[in-house]
Design a protein around this ligand. Structure first.
Ligand code: GTP
Length: 257
């Protein structure tokens, strides 16, 4: 069994801030959002966690191994350095989507994202050293995206193709397994999954191919932290590239390999 600790990072009262006292320059908002993401990624990355930018005003982090004190430090440091503050809700579950639901609910019950009196909520349950078990991460990539898209189409049409594959994959894994998938750049999608067998990944790849006619390959890893699981997944993806296979499970070679 795998356990995922998910933290929802939500900028407090951000909507009103973006338009008060009048609408702020879009590139200033983009700069703030991407710097905040970079800071959160650096802080959590040093602790072997992952964070995904999702909508930028809300970010989803996978924080197995990061305790409540570290979350408090992150929140304090952002409040000290940015013109906005963040709330952090954390929860633990076997299926990542259930952990996110519970983490999200902690903020939603404390008040609205646009309630100016609901700021810097720090609410959560954190895995203790003793109840930590592994989590599973899958790293998907479009087969030969450079040859099929990047070197042939204009960048916008390439982007449409990649986004279509991402949309199809994220919906399938969410609906079938409660997994959370995130576009991380280029042609790459990282999915945080429950403990899924190899067949679940081959059906996901088939499903996307049927749906949008885009070929994916995926490496799967497990580990005590998002980094450890994700790193194993990257190595498994290298095996796909090397062997021309569409699914590789790190540390669990398929029969006949
Ligand atoms: N975030 C992230 N992006 C990556 C990673 N590896 C590659 N990329 C991105 O994906 C783009 C395409 O690289 P590849 O996936 O290696 O190229 P490809 O043409 O699809 O080749 P194959 O994957 O070998 O089929 C690169 O320009 C990067 O932007 C990774 O591990 N993480």
């Amino acid at each position: 069994m795998t356990t995922t600790q998910v933290t929802l990072v939500q900028i407090d009262n951000y909507g009103p801030w973006t338009t008060t006292p009048e609408p702020r320059r879009e590139m200033d908002l983009q700069t703030l959002q991407s710097r905040l993401f970079a800071d959160v990624a650096q802080f959590l990355g040093h602790r072997d966690a992952y964070v995904f930018f999702t909508r930028f005003d809300n970010m989803i982090a996978v924080t197995n191994g990061v305790d409540g004190a570290a979350h408090a430090t992150l929140q304090e440091s952002i409040g000290n350095r940015y013109p906005v503050s963040v709330s952090l809700g954390t929860a633990v579950a076997e299926r990542p989507v259930d952990a996110l639901e519970a983490a999200n609910r902690r903020l939603q019950t404390a008040g609205s994202a646009q309630d100016e009196s609901r700021t810097e909520v720090l609410a959560g349950e954190y895995l203790s050293e003793t109840d930590r078990s592994d989590l599973q991460v899958a790293h998907f990539d479009v087969v030969n995206a450079t040859g099929k898209y990047t070197d042939r189409l204009n960048e916008f049409d390439t982007f449409i193709n990649i986004e279509q594959a991402y949309g199809s994959l994220m919906r399938h894994l969410r609906e079938a397994h409660g997994a959370l998938s995130f576009f991380v750049g280029g042609d790459n999608v990282v999915a945080v999954c429950p403990d899924l067998p190899e067949t679940a990944f081959s059906s996901a790849v088939e499903q996307v191919e049927e749906d949008v006619d885009i070929e994916l390959q995926v490496g799967v890893g497990q580990g005590a932290s998002a980094h450890e699981a994700g790193f194993a997944a990257k190595h498994a993806l290298e095996d796909c590239r090397h062997d021309g296979t569409s699914v590789e499970l790190f540390g669990a070679p398929l029969v006949g390999d």
